[in-house]
Design a protein around this ligand. Structure first.
Ligand code: FES
Length: 365
C-alpha cells in the first residue's frame, strides 16, 4: 500500500507503507514508491496473524491482565481504608507496624496493577496490533523563499503589535533585567571560595575529643574504668562532653557523626604499635574511630581472634592490632586512632583529639 500527500508547507512528500505483515515486497508498486526496495526486513507472519484460535487466546490474555489490574486497583483502595495509618488513641503516636503494613499492601497492589497494565499493553502490541513498516521521505529542511518571507513578515508584525520597538521604557527595563539575570548565579559562585568562620574542612578535621576528656559508654554515658575491660572486649564509646551538647542542636548532630569510637582490649603483645604511638594504648586498650574511612558507615563487626574489624557496607576490613590499617576492601585510609590514657581514678581519658580527620576520605586525603 502506498500514499502520497502534501505537507503543511506545500511540499510534496511521499509516505510509503512498504509492507504490512501480510503483504510481500512484490506487491509494492515501483511507480508509486520512490524507493522500491528500502531494504526493510520482512518478518514472517505471527501465529496470531494466521491462527484465529491463537488470536483469541492472545485477546483473552490481554483482557485478563487489564481486568486483574482493575481488581488490584480496587484492592488498593480497600487496603488504604483497612490498614489506615492512624493511632487508635489520639494520644498515641502512629505505630511503625501500621505504617509498614499500609505501605506494603499499597505497594503490592498498586505495583502489580501498574505492571499488569504495562504487560497487557506490550502483549497487545506484540501479538495483536498490526505492525506495518513505513518509509517516510522528508522534505528539504530549508523552507522556500515564500515561506521565509512570510515568517519574517509575521515576526515584524509581532514586534509591531507588542510595541517592543515603540515602548522604549518597557524594552529597556526588560533588557536591563535580563542582563542582570545571570548575576545572582555569579554571586553564588562565591560559596565555592573560602568560607567565613570555620571552613567546612576545618569542621571535618576536628572533633570535641580533647586532652583529659573521659571516655564514656555510648547511650548510657558511664565512664569506663580501664581495669573493668576484659581481654577481647569491645565497647562503643563517646566523649563525656557529648552529653552536655544541646539536644537536637547542630553541634550535637555534627558531633554524633564524628566522635563515636570503639574501645578494645587486647593482649599488649598482640599489638603492633606504630612508631610515634607507643603511649597511645593503656595496657593493650586501644580506641579507634567507629566511622569507616570509605564512605562513613558506622562499623562494629569485630572478629575477636584476629582483631579484624569489618565494615558492613562494602566489606572494608581494618586490623585493629596494627594501627587500624586497611587489609581488604575499598577504604584507602586506616581508621584514625584516639590516643588514650587513664586519669587518677583509673578511668580512660583521651590524650588529645584525633591526629587525623575521621570519616570518609575526600579530596586529597
Ligand atoms: S563505608 Fe565502609 S567499606 Fe564502604
Amino acid at each position: 500500500m502506498s500514499a502520497k500527500s502534501e505537507d503543511m508547507n506545500g511540499h510534496s512528500s511521499s509516505e510509503i507503507v512498504a509492507s504490512d505483515r501480510e503483504s510481500t515486497p512484490a506487491s509494492t508498486s515501483h511507480e508509486a514508491d520512490p524507493i522500491a526496495d528500502p531494504g526493510l526486513h520482512h518478518p514472517p507472519p505471527r501465529l496470531t496473524d494466521v491462527d484465529p484460535k491463537a488470536e483469541r487466546r492472545a485477546e483473552r490474555q490481554v483482557a485478563g491482565m487489564f481486568s486483574l489490574a482493575s481488581i488490584l486497583l480496587v484492592l488498593s483502595i480497600v487496603a488504604y481504608i483497612v490498614f489506615e495509618i492512624a493511632p487508635d488513641d489520639p494520644d498515641d503516636g502512629v505505630s511503625v507496624g501500621d505504617v509498614q503494613i499500609s505501605n506494603f499492601t499499597l505497594g503490592i497492589t498498586l505495583g502489580l496493577a501498574t505492571l499488569l497494565i504495562g504487560l497487557g499493553a506490550v502483549q497487545w502490541a506484540r501479538a495483536l496490533m498490526k505492525s506495518p513498516e513505513l518509509v517516510h521521505e522528508r522534505h528539504e529542511l530549508r523552507s522556500d523563499d515564500n515561506i521565509r518571507e512570510a515568517a519574517l513578515a509575521d515576526f515584524e508584525t509581532g514586534t509591531e503589535e507588542t510595541g517592543f520597538g515603540r515602548r522604549k521604557m518597557i524594552r529597556n527595563s526588560l533588557l536591563g533585567s535580563l542582563a542582570l539575570l545571570p548575576l545572582p548565579a555569579v554571586v553564588l559562585l562565591r560559596d565555592l571560595g573560602p568560607a567565613n568562620g570555620p571552613s567546612p574542612v576545618d569542621a571535618k578535621e576536628t572533633t570535641i575529643w580533647s586532652e583529659g576528656v573521659r571516655v564514656v559508654t555510648d547511650v548510657t554515658f558511664q565512664p569506663i574504668r580501664a581495669a573493668d575491660l576484659e581481654l577481647g572486649q569491645l565497647v562503643n564509646a563517646m566523649p563525656e562532653t557529648f552529653e552536655d551538647l544541646p539536644d537536637h542542636g547542630p553541634e550535637r548532630i555534627n558531633a554524633r557523626a564524628k566522635v563515636p569510637v570503639m574501645v578494645i582490649r587486647m593482649a599488649p603483645e598482640e599489638l603492633h604499635v606504630a612508631e610515634g604511638r607507643e603511649n597511645w594504648h593503656v595496657d593493650g586498650i586501644v580506641a579507634y574511630s567507629k566511622i569507616c574511612t570509605h564512605v562513613g558507615c558506622p562499623i562494629s563487626l569485630y572478629e575477636r581472634t584476629t582483631h579484624h574489624m569489618l565494615c558492613p557496607c562494602h566489606q572494608s576490613t581494618f586490623d585493629l592490632a596494627d594501627a587500624g590499617k586497611v587489609i581488604f576492601g575499598p577504604a584507602t585510609r586506616s581508621l584514625p586512632q584516639l590516643p588514650l590514657a587513664v586519669d587518677g581514678e583509673g578511668y580512660l581519658i583521651a590524650q588529645s583529639d584525633f591526629h587525623e580527620p575521621v570519616g570518609p576520605t575526600y579530596w586529597e586525603r
